[in-house]
Ligand binder design. Structure first.
Ligand SMILES: NC(=O)c1ccc[n+]([C@@H]2O[C@H](COP(=O)([O-])OP(=O)(O)OC[C@H]3O[C@@H](n4cnc5c(N)ncnc54)[C@H](O)[C@@H]3O)[C@@H](O)[C@H]2O)c1
Length: 331
């Protein structure tokens, strides 16, 4: 991968910025981020800029195919990691916009691939496309039972990517992560449960769980996802495949929140509120397909990852101050 030219859409976001950090270690010739900064932050790329001052960051809507083509040509991009997205909670209040934009972004990437503007697409899906587990662990053949407009937009995008592969012979791989967590996850509008809970506790409020807390997820520390994404890219046999990325371990939201409570030393009781619409009840990944192609063993287990994440947010809050938002669970 040395001297390769990469572009990361959504590269100023949570997973995207960690992927950029990881790609820098591959010594690329050109490394480009395209993000419209809807949720992305310049601060997420601070370490990347230090390690790789040549990093180019474009404030650009990925839907604009003409401008994207120019960026790709100007930087001789051969490979695109496609992570830009509007988040799940937004789809609950603005379903049409979220669905249209998410699909349009993917369409723009597919069209440019069809036109040979670049060569390889590594597209990010989401385990949300499956809906709640009909069996466990969930493999890539699990029924697509999207329960939110966000999940439907992700499923539609995956089908688009696959259809371009079968119709036009384009090179694409679909990475399908289960829940990610770690530093830099958005903690403002449409934030995820981990940053929200840490912020509540830091502000002296009770941690909140929507529903009973029995709903389960499969958590991966974000740097493990970045690592395996690069490994997936490096193996050409992953072309045309959909690959789950997860830990294979099921954790309830109650267990997760209890871990945050432990690492923040919170004394306030957990408050339970109404279940969120469309909330998936069970999620756990079967990662045997991934292991056929990559030597994958997640390095950061949940307790250690939550500890690191709590430390990171508390340090950030101390430096910046910070309030609590009302939204929950971004994916
Ligand atoms: N975080 C998770 O737990 C999780 C789990 C499964 C899958 N995923 C997938 O991983 C990818 C990255 O997710 P994330 O959690 O880092 O999200 P994120 O919200 O942190 O990052 C997405 C980025 O996309 C940018 N963006 C949105 N619309 C754009 C547009 N029109 N043009 C350019 N940029 C735009 C945002 O500003 C943001 O920086 C997504 O495809 C998501 O579906 C995430």
């Amino acid at each position: 991968m040395k001297d390769e030219n990469f572009l990361v859409t959504g590269g100023a976001g949570f997973i995207g910025s960690h992927l950029v950090d990881r790609l820098i270690r591959e010594k690329p010739r050109n490394l480009v981020v395209v993000d419209n900064f809807f949720l992305g932050k310049t601060a997420n790329l601070k370490e990347a800029k230090k390690a790789f001052p040549e990093l180019k960051v474009y404030n650009q809507d990925v839907c604009n195919q003409k401008e994207m083509k120019k960026i790709i040509e100007d930087n001789r991009i051969r490979v695109i990691f496609d992570l830009a997205v509007l988040p799940l909670p937004m789809s609950l209040v603005q379903p049409r916009l979220t669905f249209e934009k998410n699909v349009e972004m993917t369409l723009s990437m597919c069209e440019l691939l069809r036109e040979d503007a670049y060569e390889k697409l590594i597209h990010f899906s989401s385990s949300e496309v499956y809906g709640s587990a009909l069996y466990d662990p969930m493999d890539e053949k699990h029924h697509l039972g999207s329960t939110t407009p966000y999940a439907a937009s992700k499923a539609a995008s995956d089908l688009l990517v696959q259809s371009y592969g079968s119709t036009y012979g384009t090179y694409a791989t679909i990475v399908r992560p289960f829940n990610n967590y770690g530093p830099r996850q958005n903690d403002e509008s449409y934030a995820g449960i981990i940053p929200i809970t840490i912020k509540r506790i830091a502000a002296g409020e009770n941690p909140i769980i929507f529903g009973t807390g029995e709903q389960t997820r499969d958590y991966t520390y974000v740097t493990d996802t970045a690592e395996v994404t690069v490994n997936i890219y490096k193996n050409p046999k992953t072309r045309g495949k959909i690959l789950n990325v997860g830990s294979g371990k099921e954790t309830s939201i109650l267990e997760l929140v209890k871990l945050i409570v432990k690492h923040t030393d919170c004394k306030k009781p957990i408050r339970f509120e109404n279940k969120r619409p469309g909330d998936v009840m069970r999620h756990v990944a079967d990662i045997s397909e991934l292991k056929k192609y990559c030597d994958y063993s997640p390095k950061v287990e949940l307790n250690e990852g939550v500890k690191r994440t709590v430390e990171w947010y508390l340090k950030k809050l101390k430096t910046n101050g910070g309030g609590v938002t009302d939204h929950e669970e971004s994916k």
